[in-house]
Design a protein around this ligand. Structure first.
Ligand code: PMP
Length: 400
């Protein structure tokens, strides 16, 4: 009955959000949530989303099933956003795509597809650390999961030498998972020059790059800039797989809007891959939910809404970047021991602060500030009302 015991033990583990909810102090801060919060710490529904919903409401659409691979207007617009309007395989009609249950579902479809069809050893290499769900998603898809070095605790930056060495040592024709931008949990991304080196190594190893792009636009505020790695790899002739999520950049978390795509050799191979994707999807959930895909499609396909959305993505990203600057300035002004430049240089929603597990525990117990035990904070949880209290508390705990 070990399985039953493990289930019980699992349910006893208290998560960051539960501990936060139970805390009655008015100064409490939750930095564990992976969702954007506005200047007042509240969930944010984008204006572009509200307007798209209004358009949908007045057009009174039916609630029929979507095709297995989803809403065509949505999937077409999604791959255009990711690969760019100028993309050669896009314009040659060589990108196979299916709608997915957000980014998680896209990774799961990709994992299952590769688990079934990848011609050599079905091993996927993911960075250490990586998003906590990568390992279970790919393991459940029938892939073997191994790691490559990514993060250097000493510099709180990219372990580029370790990464290169590990990727050079993987067996040929392995699968390599790459975070396209705003690496979760570290907030550390390769530079464009480093991406070029990574692309070359992957080519030499004849490896297969699988990009996870959960934060397009959210990293820099510019959807084109955040798609650099994916587009560069495609230009270099890699046949990439790509998972896209619209949870963060459109704030459509609970609507579960995403896409899985794969660059193929030609339109004929594309249709064969899409047939196989249907065979993967059909027994999993038959066909995807319609409402969120309609919202995303309306935004992406209506020029004024698209413009407004790009502005809102930039607003979210800029607010996060301004919080990074304030936190850095405060920590330095308060004479906090250590080097804090990484707070400013890290990218996207998350920051690996470098705080230790005991320090995170003290922050929860003494200052009512909650984050994951590895010292990761969601920058989106900080705002003009709580940033000074947060900085002072961090400074205090680091000074000991
Ligand atoms: N990949 C990464 C790196 C993520 O951080 C997340 C969300 N936390 C996802 C994929 C998937 O998110 P969702 O299923 O909500 O789109």
């Amino acid at each position: 009955m070990t399985w039953l015991l493990n289930t019980l033990l699992g349910s006893l583990r208290i998560g960051v959000t539960e501990a936060f909810k139970a805390d009655k102090d008015s100064r409490k801060i939750n930095l564990g949530v992976g969702a954007y919060r506005d200047e007042n710490g509240k969930p944010y529904v984008l204006n572009a989303v509200k307007k798209a919903e209004e358009i949908l409401r007045t057009s009174n659409p039916d609630k029929e099933y979507l095709p297995i691979t989803g809403l065509p207007e949505f999937t077409k617009a999604a791959i255009k956003l990711a690969y760019g309007a100028e993309s050669a395989p896009l314009n040659e009609n060589s990108i196979a795509v299916t709608q997915s249950i957000s980014g998680t579902g896209a990774l799961r479809i990709g994992g299952a597809f590769l688990g079934r069809f990848f011609p050599s050893a079905k091993t996927i290499y993911i960075p250490t650390p990586s998003w906590g769900n990568h390992t279970p998603i790919f393991r459940d898809s029938g892939l073997e999961v191994k790691q490559y070095r990514y993060f250097d605790k000493k510099t709180v930056g990219l372990d580029f030498d370790g990464l290169k060495e590990d990727l050079k040592n993987i067996p040929e024709k392995s699968i390599v998972l790459l975070h396209a931008c705003a690496h979760n949990p570290t907030g550390v991304d390769p530079t464009p020059e480093q991406w070029k080196v990574i692309s070359n190594i992957i080519k030499e190893k004849q490896a297969f790059p699988f990009f996870d792009m959960a934060y397009q636009g959210f990293a820099s505020g510019d959807t084109t800039r955040d798609a650099f790695a994916v587009r560069y790899f495609v230009e270099q002739g890699h046949q990439v797989a790509l998972s896209q999520s619209f949870a963060k950049n459109m704030g459509l978390y609970g609507e579960r809007v995403g896409a899985f795509s794969l660059v193929t050799a030609d339109p004929e191979e594309k249709s064969r891959v899409e047939s196989q994707l249907k065979i993967v999807v059909r027994p999993m959930y038959s066909n995807p939910p319609v409402h969120g895909a309609r919202i995303a499609s309306t935004i992406l396909n209506t020029p004024e809404l698209n413009k407004e959305w790009e502005g809102e993505v930039k607003h979210m990203a800029d607010r996060i970047i301004s919080m990074r600057e304030r936190l850095y300035n405060n920590l330095v002004a308060q004479g906090t021991p250590g080097e804090w430049g990484h707070i400013k240089s890290q990218i996207g929603m998350f920051s690996f602060t470098g705080l230790t597990t005991p320090q995170t525990k003290t922050l929860a117990e003494k200052a009512h500030i909650y984050m994951t035990a590895d010292g990761r904070i969601s920058m989106a949880g900080l705002n003009g009302h709580n940033i000074d209290y947060f900085s002072e508390s961090v400074s205090k705990v680091v000074k000991g």
